[in-house]
Ligand binder design. Structure first.
Ligand code: GUN
Ligand code: ZN
Length: 455
């Protein structure tokens, strides 16, 4: 049996509407049996080409081969046929700015001037909750169209932007991580808080939203240049006000930014140390980009158990550089890594596109990212990095049924390439090199099918 109704009508009639019915998805089921950075990657993924997932009360209740488990289904089970499609966990985007949806694909600047010219004026508009609500709604629909069911999301400095985001996410019952941006210096007046007001507003938002349904809060200092030391320290103090809070910020995205941080914090040994001294480097802390990290930074991150969000699409778009993924993943001091779209720095909300760009970034360092490794980073690996592996990121009994159905034959170009694939790994590779939202056939949130917002 699954939830009998949903407040929105954007979930289609395939969803069983009576309390007696359960849902089963039939297709090629993708499951990880290990970490593809610790074993031959193709051995880490199992693909049951005629498999089925049974969903009850929003959770996966059984997974297995269709022939074996379907005969045991009761008459209340509605079977949805996704044969010739791949069914896996929903994607997890570990770094994205919802208020930047409107300024995606803005021409001609690198990070710091791009922020001033495009991003800050747009973020000003989020003081108005109606506007924030409108963009949050469009953003979440777009995300679901792309098969992404969880994201770590920056709002703006305005509490209204957070209210808007979490209320839209609650309506869709999506598991989202988000928070109010903290910024008490080096930003336009209209986007500045103070160390104290940022603390107070964040506390109120944490009390209201953290752990409410599927919503999770991230304390969100934008990056070191826009916060005083006092604000960063108060961000550290906020993390102790409730269990399992997240922290998100930017780190070492560009060399110019690093130089700026060194001049603002001359008494610190480096950029990461600025965050470390404020108590921000810990499990559930997500550092966006980290393109220019050194060996010492990686060792510290490995010990601290924090996460680096690799955003290759954005790094290419803004000309920031290329993250050294295989350095971060070195087995002797493994750092948690997730993938992020980082829109508007990134110009796509598609995690398939991010997997493509991650492959290209690795190639630029003379390394090859295996498709199973890329897929793991975008799903199970990200869940593990964020400490959410018992809720999401895999297709396993008891986990929340956030699922993404992918079509490797979605376009004529993809179809001719997919036909040549002799292994699931190769099929996944072609899918990630050629695919985008056209290859996302269906997205399920706690077992309910999302109705696409775009044709
Ligand atoms: N560094 C500080 N703010 C931002 C932002 O909004 N986007 C990106 N890509 N980098 C940042
Ligand atoms: Zn960012």
């Amino acid at each position: 049996m699954i939830r009998s109704s949903h407040p929105r009508d954007s979930f289609d009639s395939e969803t069983p509407q009576t309390r007696q019915q359960s849902l089963a998805l039939r297709g090629t089921i993708l499951r990880f049996v290990g970490n593809p950075f610790d074993m031959p990657p193709e051995m880490a993924l199992s693909a049951d080409t005629d498999g089925v997932i049974l969903i009850e009360q929003g959770r996966v209740s059984a997974v297995g081969s269709y022939g074996q488990i379907a005969p045991q289904f009761g008459s209340d089970v509605v079977i949805v046929d996704h044969r010739d499609k791949l069914i896996g966990p929903g994607f997890i985007d570990t770094h994205v700015h919802y208020p930047q949806l409107g300024v995606i694909a803005s021409y001609g600047e690198q990070l710091l001037t791009w922020l001033e010219r495009y991003v800050f004026p747009e973020e000003r508009r989020f003081a108005e909750q109606t506007y924030a609500q409108h963009i949050a709604s469009a953003f979440l629909d777009n995300l679901l169209d792309q098969g992404t069911t969880t994201a770590a999301v920056y709002c703006t400095v305005h509490p209204e932007s957070v209210e808007a985001f979490f209320s839209e996410s609650s309506r869709r019952n999506t598991r989202m991580i988000a928070g109010k941006v903290l910024m008490d210096r080096n930003a336009p007046d209209y986007l500045r808080d103070t160390a104290q007001s940022g603390f107070d507003e964040s506390r109120r938002l944490i009390d209201k939203w953290h752990g409410r349904g599927r919503q999770l809060y991230a304390v969100t200092p934008r990056f070191a240049p826009t916060s005083t030391e006092t604000q960063l320290e108060l961000a550290g103090a906020l993390l102790d006000t409730a269990p399992d809070l997240f922290m998100q910020t930017h780190l070492l995205e560009t060399l110019r930014e690093e130089e700026w941080v060194r001049s603002l914090f001359p008494h610190r040994t480096g950029y990461l140390d600025v965050y470390d001294q404020a108590g921000l480097v810990r499990p559930r802390s997500i550092f966006g980009h980290a393109v220019h990290v050194n060996e010492q930074d990686l060792t510290r991150c490995a010990h601290a158990g924090c996460t680096l969000a690799h955003c290759p699409t954005s790094n290419a778009f803004l000309g920031s550089g290329a993250f050294r993924l295989f350095d971060a993943m070195r087995p002797d001091r493994r750092v948690h890594v997730g993938l992020g779209t980082d829109i508007g720095g990134g110009n796509s909300l598609s995690m398939l596109r991010v997997m493509n760009d991650a492959y290209c970034a690795a190639q630029s360092h003379g390394t090859s990212l295996h498709p199973v490794q890329a897929y793991w980073l975008a799903t199970a690996g990200a869940a593990q990095a964020l400490g959410l592996q018992h809720q999401i990121g895999q297709v396993e009994p008891r986990l929340e049924a956030d699922l993404c159905v992918m079509d490797p034959y979605a376009t004529p170009l993809m179809a001719q390439r997919a036909k040549r694939a002799e292994t699931v790994s190769d099929l996944l590779f072609a899918l990630s090199m050629l695919g985008d939202d056209r290859a996302i056939s269906a997205t399920y949130v706690m077992g309910l099918r999302h109705q696409r917002s775009t044709p």
